[in-house]
Each structure stands twice: as C-alpha cells, then as structure tokens.
Design a protein around this ligand. Structure first.
Ligand code: COA
Length: 254
C-alpha cells in the first residue's frame, strides 16, 4: 500500500495521506512524493486545485520520529524543506480536510492552505519545544499573525493541543463538520473552486499572498537551519528515544 495516494479528477488533485497504522506520520519518501505532486500540479494546466486529506480518524502525527533519529533532514534540499517551499509558494488554491490528530507539520502545513475543513474530532498541536526542537514551516511567523502573540506562545511554547472549535475561532479552519463528512465537504469546496476562471484564481491568490511570501520563505529557511541543528542536540535525541521507548522524556539535566 502506498503511503501517499495521488488522484486527479475534474481539475482537482487530491493528495491522501495513507499511512494510517502510523497515524500518517511523514517519512522522507512521503515528503518527496508530496513535493513532486505539488510541482506536477503547478505545471499541469488541467489541474486547478490541490486537496490534502487524511481519513476520518487522523490527519497526520507529524514527522516520523524514527526518521528524525535515523535519517534527519541535513540540508535545505531535504524532502521536507522542498515540500514546505513548494507548499508555501504554490500558486493555485489548496484545500485541506483535517480530522483527528494534526501534530507538528500536520498543523503547520495548514497555515499554507487556502481553505481548511475540520472534523469535530480534529486536535491541532505544535509540540516542537516538547521535542527539543523549534517551530518550522514558517509557523513562528504565521501562527502569531493568525492567532495573536499570546495564543501563539501557548501553542508553541507549551505545545498544548487545541481542538477544532478553537481553531475555528482563531480562523485556522473555515468550518467544523462531522468527521465522516470532512473529506466530502472539502472535495465539494475544491470542486467549486475548480469551476471558477483560473486566471482570476491565480491572480487573487497571488495578490493575497504577495505581501507575505518572501518573508515566509525566508522564515522557513531560517527555521530550517535552527531545526536541523537542534535535531542532533541532546534534548531532541532524548525526546525521540523516549517516544520510541514509549516512556516520558527526562529533560531534567538538559
Ligand atoms: N512517528 C513515528 N511513529 C508514530 C508517530 C510518529 N510521529 N506517531 C505515531 N506513531 C506510531 C506509534 O509509534 C504507534 O506505532 P506502533 O503501533 O508500532 O506502536 C502507531 O503510530 C499508533 O500511535 P499511537 O501513539 O499508539 O496512537 P494514539 O492514537 O494513542 O496517539 C498521537 C496518536 C498522534 C497523539 C500519538 O501517536 C503521538 O503523539 N505521536 C507523536 C506525535 C509527534 O510528536 N510528532 C512529531 C511532531 S514534530
């Protein structure tokens, strides 16, 4: 079974995270597949919209923690950073359907999506500090912009999860629906977008993002440099080892 499924129909490319047994955590190969799919969708004139979805129980548990230990991203060309740049700069509309846990990049990637529909079981979290890491995907810039500084600090420093209704309140999601309906609602909205004039969609998204994109891309790179360095440091190594050993991390000496 492939971990990423890609399907194009009626102008909508749907990218399905399909590693449910591991809570759709992202491996390097999955980032590479998503980055390639975005590049192909950008260059294919018949594709008008991209849709990301998981299933009704889980969107994504973030980066595969075994990969963080065994195959951490070492350069800016690593698949995760290629995916993030492709996502941030993607010129066509992106829709997401999110149910269940959306951890780490499972939440931060949503700040680059244009429309987000959440199941009422969606739980968003950015536990980078709990993992000895720092924010990624431009989230140190985009989260305070959207949520306000203090809510951003709570989400990013404490790493506390927040649920679908709170995400709706701050504007991270457009609508909260029953989990079994989220993918269909997102597909329907993507279909509406795909029926609109392409030049207007492209120009409107370009204008919406224009003021931010250079700053967002620069922040993604700055965060990536710190994140890459911190992955190998003792705090992160302890957090990852603790996760693999199914125990609580011990940061008392770090
Ligand atoms: N990397 C690798 N494996 C992961 C994973 C991750 N990020 N998240 C979950 N898994 C694996 C678990 O190890 C477990 O594997 P096993 O069945 O072989 O033991 C399986 O997926 C199911 O996970 P489990 O923790 O039992 O599910 P849950 O429903 O109790 O909890 C989460 C779901 C998402 C809350 C929990 O798995 C979690 O916190 N994951 C880590 C999230 C994280 O810190 N991600 C990194 C962000 S930068």
């Amino acid at each position: 079974m492939q971990d990423i499924l890609i399907h194009t129909d009626a102008g909508v490319t749907t990218i399905t995270l399909n590693r449910v047994a591991k809570k759709n955590s992202f491996t390097s190969a999955m980032y590479a597949a998503c980055a390639d799919a975005l590049d192909a969708a950008r260059d294919d004139a018949t594709v008008r919209v991209v849709l990301f979805q998981g299933d009704a129980t889980v969107f994504s548990a973030g980066n595969d923690i075994g990969d963080f230990l065994g195959a951490p991203p070492k350069t800016q060309e690593a698949p995760v950073f290629r995916f993030l740049r492709a996502l941030a700069a993607f010129p066509k509309p992106i829709v997401a359907a999110v149910c269940g846990p959306a951890v780490g990049i499972g939440t931060t990637m949503l700040f680059h999506c244009d429309l987000v529909y959440a199941g009422d079981n969606a739980a968003f979290s950015m536990p980078f500090v709990n993992l000895g890491l720092c924010p990624e995907a431009g989230s140190s810039l985009l989260v305070p912009q959207m949520m306000g500084y203090h809510r951003a600090a709570e989400a990013l420093l404490l790493g506390d999860p927040f649920m679908a209704e709170a995400a709706l309140e701050v504007g991270l999601v457009n609508r909260v629906v029953p989990p079994t309906e989220a993918n269909a609602v997102a597909q329907s909205q993507a279909g509406k977008l795909a029926a609109k004039p392409m030049a207007s969609l492209l120009e409107t998204k370009r204008l919406l993002k224009k003021g931010h994109l250079p700053e967002v891309l620069a922040r993604i790179d700055e965060e990536a440099a710190s994140f890459g360095r911190m992955l190998g440091a003792p705090a992160a190594q302890e957090a990852f080892t603790a996760f693999m050993e199914k125990r609580k991390p011990d940061f008392s000496k770090l």
